[in-house]
Design a protein around this ligand. Structure first.
Ligand code: URA
Length: 199
């Protein structure tokens, strides 16, 4: 009942924020985009993933993580957490594609921040999984890199934040990143079932 009430209230509010975001011109990325990639999934979910920025496929289709990284993410989330995309929400730190897939710049991340904040406020997930340096540093307000920050859960809003690698880093195949990312997803699943992180 509580869960259902949240979903009913959240969906229209999130749709309204998305409608506004679609015409956003708060940073220079607006000029080069094909589509604003706002986010997709279950607005009432307990689980939310936050990535970096749309790539070429995402820019064309208007949906996050639909390219090779997304396929790997979907496979790992299904295998380690037993969840398909309709069971969580997924968004990025910046909503428009940086030219040539360059890193998002601090001013772009700051300009886009209020959209992500509105998404996290409205969805109010129990578990946030950040994918890679940009999302992790932003949401944890920490300058350390993902290699240092991953491997544990952090208290975050009403639940926890679990940092892990960006799937593109896993695809590049350095070391045993895939195994570490799988371990992080298992950790996230454990917190979905309840539990709090030590500060
Ligand atoms: N990488 C991201 O960080 N986000 C996407 O949506 C696609 C690739």
């Amino acid at each position: 009942m509580g869960e259902r009430a949240t979903t009913i209230a959240t969906v229209p509010a999130l749709a309204e924020v998305e409608r506004d975001a679609k015409t956003c011109t708060r940073c220079q990325l607006a000029h080069g985009r094909t589509r604003v990639v706002f986010g997709v999934g279950d607005a009432g979910a307990d689980l939310m993933f936050v990535g970096e920025a749309p790539g070429q496929q995402e820019d064309l289709q208007g949906e996050p993580f639909v390219g090779r990284s997304g396929q790997l993410l979907d496979k790992m989330v299904l295998e380690e957490m037993g969840l398909t995309r309709d069971r969580f929400y997924i968004a990025n730190t910046v909503k428009c594609r940086p030219p040539g897939n360059r890193d998002p710049q601090p001013a772009e991340i700051a300009a886009c921040g209020p959209w992500l904040e509105a998404q996290v406020d409205l969805i109010d997930p129990k578990v946030v999984v950040t994918l890679g340096n940009f999302a992790t540093r932003l949401l944890l307000d920490d300058t350390r890199g993902i290699t240092k920050l991953r491997g544990r859960a952090y208290p975050y809003r009403r639940g926890v934040l679990v940092p892990t690698y960006h799937p593109a880093a896993v695809l590049r195949g350095a070391g045993d990143l895939a195994a570490q990312m799988r371990a992080d997803l298992v950790r996230a699943k454990q917190y979905l079932g309840g539990g709090t992180a030590a500060p």
